[in-house]
Design a protein around this ligand. Structure first.
Ligand code: EPU
Length: 336
């Protein structure tokens, strides 16, 4: 078992927030993961789970043990005309998307270039360009922290919603996601309805062509975390009552709005921030990205407290102007 002491996690989170883990382990098999968790229980170390670090807000210090599963298995099987992809939690999400698209498999091509690991994907039910992970996910394998027992959850049991799942709620901090099973298909099923995806593609595109078009749109709008630290969308698109959306639309007829079920309408947080004149605003080490107001970037030298101050300022401005409170999308990780 390989447990490291005093590990700097600033390069293990795409926002590059400074964070010192008291101990860190990256087990590569289920057996090693089970042993690592047993050791933590034996020693009384609190366990914090980390994936690709692309959707977390880390504190400056994490006592106990940080575990980042590095399960890299990936294989395909056939079931009733569909292809199932079985993917270990440590596989890079974008690598999986490109590998399956290159094989002519449909299902997750619209989710190209989303940073992070496959194990983190169900936590916030990653989504982009009209597609969510929940659309293809069949099952999730988990290991219980308290017992090391392995179990499976069906997609229904994961209670997926917009950027929501059971892994943010009831099962937060009590299970490790170890494997995903996705249902893909060889039957062409392009979903090109979002934004200007369709105009970038010839008719009858391949899944690889769709994935590449998504990559080019994302590269135009979103900063590459390798170049400029960020966690993608910093705020969730808010869901408001239809009544409030109708009032706002009277005042702002051009406001993007997406009616949902249950009397709610989703608004575009990026548009709300942009309307407040905050695009490109710099506040110390952080800024609102100049091409996409939903993304906060970190130029270096800042910490989580500074970032939360900038985020609160933005949320206050939006609330004062529109009466809508924005909530951060990345998960706040706190010492146990
Ligand atoms: N808009 C502006 N100004 C901005 C940004 C957006 O006016 O600075 C407007 C756009 O013109 C558009 C609307 O807001 O009318 C929505 O913008 P966009 O289509 O770019 O998508 P988004 O709502 O900003 C969401 C996801 C992204 C995902 C895109 C594409 C959330 C929180 N974000 O962004 O996900 O890539 O749709 O599907 O749901 C992520 O989660 O990290 C992420 C990047």
């Amino acid at each position: 078992m390989n447990i490291l002491n005093n590990v700097d996690l600033s390069a293990a989170n795409t926002l590059r927030l400074p964070c010192q883990a008291e101990r860190f382990a990256s087990p590569t098999t289920l057996t090693a993961l089970r042993q690592t968790l047993a050791e933590a229980r034996h020693e009384g170390w609190p366990v914090t789970l980390l994936g690709g670090g692309s959707n977390v807000l880390l504190p400056e210090a994490l006592p106990g043990l940080v575990v980042r599963p590095d399960l890299q298995q990936y294989w395909l099987s056939q079931r009733q005309g569909h292809v199932l992809a079985h993917v270990g939690a440590g596989v890079n999400w974008h690598t999986l998307v490109m590998a399956t698209a290159a094989r002519g498999l449909w299902g997750i091509e619209n989710l190209a270039l989303i940073p992070g690991s496959c194990g983190a994907a169900p936590v916030q039910n990653i989504g982009a360009y009209g597609v969510e992970l929940a659309d293809t996910l069949q099952a999730v394998q988990i290991m219980e922290l308290a017992t090391g027992r392995v179990d499976w959850l069906s997609a229904q049991e994961c209670a997926f919603g917009y950027r929501e799942s059971i892994f943010k709620g009831e099962l937060a901090s009590s299970v490790v996601i170890t494997q995903l099973v996705l249902q893909l298909s060889r039957t062409p099923a392009p979903r090109l309805g979002y934004g200007d995806l369709a105009v970038r593609l010839a008719s009858s595109p391949t899944p690889l062509a769709v994935a590449e078009a998504v990559c080019s749109i994302r590269r135009e709008k979103l900063p590459d975390p390798q170049v400029l630290a960020n966690a993608g969308s910093f705020f969730k698109n808010p869901l408001v009552a239809d009544v409030l959306a109708a009032q706002l639309l009277q005042q702002h007829p051009a406001m993007p709005n997406f009616p949902q079920q249950g009397g709610q309408t989703k608004l575009a947080a990026g548009w709300l921030i942009d309307q407040c004149g905050l695009k490109g605003m710099r506040d110390g080490a952080f800024a609102v990205h100049q091409h996409q107001a939903l993304v906060l970037v970190h130029f270096g030298g800042g910490d989580r407290q500074g970032l939360m101050k900038t985020a609160s300022y933005i949320a206050d401005q939006v609330e004062a102007r529109f009466g809508v409170r924005l909530e951060p999308e990345p998960r706040l990780i706190n010492p146990c």
